[in-house]
Design a protein around this ligand. Structure first.
Ligand SMILES: NC(=O)c1ccc[n+]([C@@H]2O[C@H](COP(=O)([O-])OP(=O)(O)OC[C@H]3O[C@@H](n4cnc5c(N)ncnc54)[C@H](O)[C@@H]3O)[C@@H](O)[C@H]2O)c1
Length: 342
């Protein structure tokens, strides 16, 4: 069993991934700033094999990496819109922070390093069935930041350091730090709550999708693979039968939640469209997604009906939450006198 560090441990993917790492019998360091709260990790904190560390990938003491064999890096501003709030912040967290973590991990002797990049790097894809070797045309700072870290990992590859890059599809499904800013999740919520589904940007844009549990399965699989199969490799993470046009998604939701009005909003600032090939991950690692969109919609609907997830928590909207944090910081600074607000 290994000592494993997960950064971004308090996030949508991070929490189920940490649980799985512990289930596998590993020792876990769950590192995060916990911008979305730490309360959902109570079970992880209670596990004697886990250490929950509140710190920043940009500045934490590299001593934390002593004895760590495997790092899974998920920390950062996690979507295109949040990365546009402040370009300097994106540079500092996603680029500089991501590269620093990789560098100090290698210096500390970490062997396997798994990085959560994004299929967003393809931007407005030049062609259908984009392969890992095809040109990336990032349209956003977020996608560029992912490519910068990918480049750093390519430089660090070797001498016992085994980076693995996943260009993850857009994720859906139920998780403790629920994200209702992701296409399938938000369509399900609106359909259930308001009986409306919005299709943005005309609905012709191609996107690959993957269930959060399949992402966790792939990440864990990457911790176990022999170096010759994964080291220094980039994989599109998803399945060929889970690539859809945004307009098609509405039907999945309507199949589960009927009597819903569909609104097509013709324009959208988000111009990304990429139709990605998942042949490499299937042929090289035998990975195929197990959970269908339909199942994701059903589990979210059921959780909303049972009240096991909230339908209006501000932390479920990544962009708005980060904006609120920055607003509060500015207000507190403005109101503070002698270091106190009141
Ligand atoms: N969810 C998706 O659809 C998707 C798709 C492709 C790639 N990804 C990537 O996967 C990773 C995880 O995504 P997610 O959906 O779980 O996002 P998330 O926003 O839920 O989780 C990211 C976590 O990183 C933490 N974090 C942010 N800045 C930090 C810093 N400076 N130091 C330490 N921790 C910090 C946050 O507190 C948060 O808990 C991200 O890198 C994201 O870009 C996600």
């Amino acid at each position: 069993m290994a000592k494993v560090l997960v950064s971004g441990a308090g996030g949508y993917i991070g929490i189920p991934l940490c649980r799985k790492i512990l289930e596998q019998g590993h020792e876990l360091i769950a590192l995060d700033r916990y911008f979305f709260g730490k309360q959902r990790l109570a079970d992880i904190e209670a596990n004697p094999k886990a250490k929950v560390v509140v710190d920043d990938i940009r500045s934490f003491d590299p001593g934390l990496l002593k004895g760590v064999e495997i790092v899974l890096d998920l920390a950062g501003l996690s979507n295109d819109a949040s990365a546009e709030i402040d370009p300097q912040l994106t540079q500092s967290i996603n680029c500089d922070g991501g590269r620093r973590l990789a560098r100090i991990a290698k210096e500390a002797g970490v062997r396997r390093y798994i990085y959560s990049s994004s299929a967003s790097v393809y931007g407005n894809g030049v062609q259908d069935q984009l392969k890992e070797t095809d040109e990336c045309r990032p349209l956003t700072l977020y996608a560029e930041s992912k490519l910068r870290v990918e480049e750093e990992l390519a430089k660090l590859n070797g001498s016992g350091f085994e980076p693995v890059i996943f260009r993850t599809s857009t994720v859906f499904g139920l998780a403790p730090r629920m994200r209702f800013d992701l296409a399938i999740n938000v369509m399900t919520l609106r359909a259930w709550k308001e009986r409306v589904v919005y299709i943005m940007g005309g609905g012709q844009q191609w996107r690959p999708f993957i269930h959060v549990n399949d992402v966790v399965r792939a990440f864990v699989m990457a911790t176990e693979q022999p170096a010759e199969k994964v080291s220094g490799q980039t994989f599109n993470l998803g399945s060929d039968d889970m690539v859809f046009q945004i307009g098609q998604l509405a039907q999945f939701v309507l199949d589960v939640i009927p009597n819903v009005t569909v609104h097509r909003i013709p324009d959208d600032t988000d111009k990304r469209s990429y139709n990605v090939s998942f042949t490499k991950i299937r042929d090289q690692l035998g990975f195929i997604s197990q959970t269908r969109v339909h199942e994701g919609v059903v589990e979210i609907k059921q959780a909303l009906e049972r009240g096991t997830i909230e339908s209006d928590s501000p932390t479920q909207y990544t962009l708005q939450w980060y904006r609120s944090l920055l607003d509060w910081e500015a207000r507190i600074k403005e109101l503070s006198l002698n270091g106190k607000v009141l």
